[in-house]
Design a protein around this ligand. Structure first.
Ligand code: AMP
Length: 181
């Protein structure tokens, strides 16, 4: 018999050749649309975060699917939520981190005054692929002197080795994913 968590994760849809030929896109929208499934994965991620070695002060979510998961997680844990966005979306003073993609560059921004240097945080996104986005977000948090204790994902695409990329520069950080493909 499939467990409630197994059923929830089975709702993630594989979309071949999206957005480009050769990419197998992991679409979490059917999971988000399922009330029980959404609730089960948030409870499971919250359980992992509560089990970390230190108390967590804030969830940092990466635009845009990290907002959905991260907002629900922050509410479940009774802690704050900090948005990390694509450039030009945040209206006040920001830290900015530019990073390399397979082809070209991208950047992430975070308001400067939302994290305290004493804060321990968890970074949340839906999918860990090459790890470039998560690593850039990690470095953005470092600018504030807050400490990233863990990265949390629904799903990890193992062959892209994102885990290794993050661990190369941050061997101490926990990397939690509910499903590895
Ligand atoms: P990466 O920086 O390569 O780890 O890519 C992570 C970001 O891109 C996350 O915000 C994901 O939502 C998105 N992403 C990358 N690859 C996929 C994929 N195959 N399916 C769904 N989302 C993906």
């Amino acid at each position: 018999m499939t467990s409630p968590l197994g059923r929830a994760l089975s709702l993630i849809a594989d979309v071949p050749d999206y957005p480009k030929p050769g990419i197998l896109f992991k679409d979490i929208t059917p999971l988000l649309a399922d009330g029980e499934g959404f609730s089960v994965v948030i409870d499971e991620l919250a359980r992992h975060i509560k089990g970390l070695s230190v108390g967590i002060d804030a969830i940092v979510g990466i635009e845009s699917r990290g907002f959905i998961l991260g907002g629900a997680l922050a509410k479940a844990l009774g802690i704050g939520f900090v948005t990390v966005r694509k450039p030009g979306k945040l209206p006040r003073d920001v830290h900015r981190k530019d990073y390399q993609l397979e082809y070209g560059f991208d950047a992430l921004e975070m308001h400067k005054d939302l994290l305290d240097p004493k804060h321990n945080v968890v970074i949340v996104d839906d999918v860990l692929a090459t790890g470039g986005t998560a690593l850039a977000c990690h470095e953005l948090v470092e600018y504030t002197k807050a400490k990233t204790i863990a990265h949390v994902f629904l799903l990890e695409i193992s062959f892209l080795q994102g885990r290794n990329l993050i661990n190369k520069t941050h061997p101490e950080v926990e990397i939690i994913s509910l499903l590895q493909t």
